[in-house]
Every structure is written in C-alpha cells, then in structure tokens.
Design a protein around this ligand. Structure first.
Ligand code: GDP
Ligand code: K
Ligand code: MG
Length: 297
C-alpha cells in the first residue's frame, strides 16, 4: 500500500454534560478525561491521541464554550476558540435527550465564525426513541450547515468506531506527532490534580462549587514502588473547607482514598497521598491565581 500516513487535530466542543469526556474515553480507552455528572469538570485542554496504521488523530477536549462570567470563564472560551482554530475538524456534541438550548445555540454562533468544518455528533441516542431522531436532526439542521451528522451513544459504544473510521480518511497526509502508545501529552501532575478534583466534586455534591482547584505540591519517589504525592485543595470559603474536611476528617479521607486508587491505576505505582485544604477567597477573579493553579494561556 502506498497510502500516505494521515494526521490531524479534532476539537471536541459542546456544552457541559453532553458526553465529551465519555466519548474521548471510549475512543482512547483510558481514563484520561475526567468524568463527573456535574458540569464543567474539564477545564483545561486535554488531548486524547488515536493512532492506527492509517494515521493519527489528536483530540482537543475543550472546556466548553459559554458566556463568560468571570476570568476563568473568559479563559475557558479563549481556550476553546484557540482549539477550534488549531483543528482540522470540529466535532460538536449535543445531547439527544435534551432539547436544543441556549448553551448549544451559543456554541453554534461561535462555530459559524470559524472556517473549520463542523460535524454534528448527536450523543446519548440510547435515551431517545429511534423514531424521534429525525426530528432532532432536522431541528439542528435549521441552525447551521453541518458537514456531517452522526448519531451515537458514547456510553454504549454505539457508532463511535464508525465515526473514527469516517474521520480518519478526511485527515491530510501528515506526520505522526506522538508515539503510538501515547494517549495524552499532559503531564501526570495535571491528571493527578484532576483526579483529586473529580473526587471532591463527586463526594461533596452541590456543596462545593466548581471553583475548587487542586495543586500538586510535590511528587517524590520513595523507592521503586512507592510515590509520595502532596496535594492542596483550594476552596473559596471557610465553610467549604469544613465540608471538604468533613466530620473528624472523614470526607478528606474518603477523597484521598478514592483519588489514590485512581492515581495508582494510572501510574502503576503504590502512592502515599497527602492532602491539605486551603482557603483562598475569589481566586477565580485573580489572573495571578489562575496562573499559579495551572490555567495558563
Ligand atoms: P462532558 O461534560 O461533555 O465531558 O460530559 P461527560 O462525558 O462528563 O458526561 C456527562 C454525563 O452524561 C455522564 O453522567 C455520562 O455518563 C453521561 N453520558 C455520556 N454519554 C452518554 C451516552 O451516550 N448515553 C447516556 N445515557 N449517558 C451518557
Ligand atoms: K461533565
Ligand atoms: Mg468533560
């Protein structure tokens, strides 16, 4: 075969909870994007890398495009727009089980401004009756001229391989940017922080807002099998600190246990995880704080 190796970038966009991380995980097969039933779990650009003999697709998982309310929101829109500009293709994910809403419309308006071809991926089709699908497709078609439309269920792995098989030949001839066994180019430090943050959000339910940040202060190898990781959970109010610590430290202990398990699975090392909780008021509105918590441009 004289076919040239293909490669390119695809930006995954969509309002929170449409299933971007689930799709990414399904395609790449590892827990790289953080999933949570709560909105906006993924703040930074996470790349998933899909490699076959034919080519390589690098996915940019965008933090979501929505009307910015503070400097973190502003940062997120900018990140998403730059991911779109850098990409050869955009996959806009929507939730088949929910009516098209303001969040979807806001994204569609932004996408119309860009030259990158947009595929509409209608996710969660396992939640709708097959006979309702045509009406959903027709509704989105009134909004924009999508290059293609794909109904899938990321969670049930329905239509996902077909989507990849369709997209790969559309990539241009190009280099293999990453080794075939690499699934993400983010440092382990960032993934560790996101795993801890995910546990905080899952376990504290509505009580601790998304403003929570996690900083990995130290990673030290103790011996061949053991890592010592020290992390700080940054919240905005003393009341949130109390919730994260819990009665006699029960909450922070549970957060630590669950995060440690995931980190051990990720690294294949035994981990001693030490977690601290710190209050920093209104850190989201301070550009300097955003920098020091890793949300850099
Ligand atoms: P993101 O915010 O766009 O990254 O969305 P997530 O991947 O975190 O998914 C949000 C929620 O939707 C999670 O509870 C997922 O399990 C769920 N979800 C994702 N894809 C599907 C799907 O195809 N079918 C169903 N029923 N649920 C899904
Ligand atoms: K989510
Ligand atoms: Mg996500």
């Amino acid at each position: 075969m004289s076919e040239e190796f293909k490669s390119g970038f695809i930006a995954l966009v969509g309002r929170p909870n449409v299933g971007k991380s689930t799709l990414l995980n399904q395609m790449i097969g590892e827990k790289i994007a953080i999933m949570s039933p709560k909105a906006q779990t993924t703040r930074n650009k996470i790349q998933g890398i899909y490699t076959t003999d034919e080519g390589q697709i690098v996915f940019l998982d965008t933090p979501g495009i929505h009307k910015p309310q503070n400097s973190l929101g502003d940062y997120m829109v900018k990140t998403a727009m730059s991911a779109i500009r850098e990409s050869d293709m955009v996959w806009m994910l929507v939730d088949a089980s929910q009516e098209r809403g303001r969040g979807d419309n806001f994204i569609i308006e932004r996408l119309k401004e860009s030259k990158t071809p947009v595929y509409l991926i209608i996710n969660k089709i396992d939640l709708v009756k097959p006979e309702d699908l045509l009406a959903i497709i027709a509704d989105y078609q009134t909004q924009m001229n999508f290059a293609e439309i794909f109904p899938i269920s990321a969670r049930q792995d329905d239509g996902v391989q077909e989507l990849l098989d369709f997209a790969m030949p559309k990539m241009e001839a190009g280099p293999q940017y990453y080794p075939a066994d690499q699934i993400t180019d983010h440092p382990e430090r960032f993934i560790m922080a996101e795993l801890i943050r995910e546990k905080v959000l899952q376990l504290t339910r509505q009580e601790v807002p998304h403003s929570v940040a996690v900083v990995i202060d130290k990673i030290e190898r103790q011996d061949e099998q053991h890592l010592h990781v020290q992390a700080t959970i940054v919240v905005e109010r003393p009341s949130q600190k109390n919730i994260v610590i819990g009665k006699q430290g029960s909450m922070i202990k549970e957060i630590g246990t669950r995060a440690r398990r995931d980190i051990e699975r990720l690294l294949g090392d035994k981990v001693f995880l030490e977690t601290w909780v710190k209050v920093e008021e209104r850190w989201r509105d301070k550009p300097q704080a955003l920098q020091s918590y890793g949300y850099k441009e």
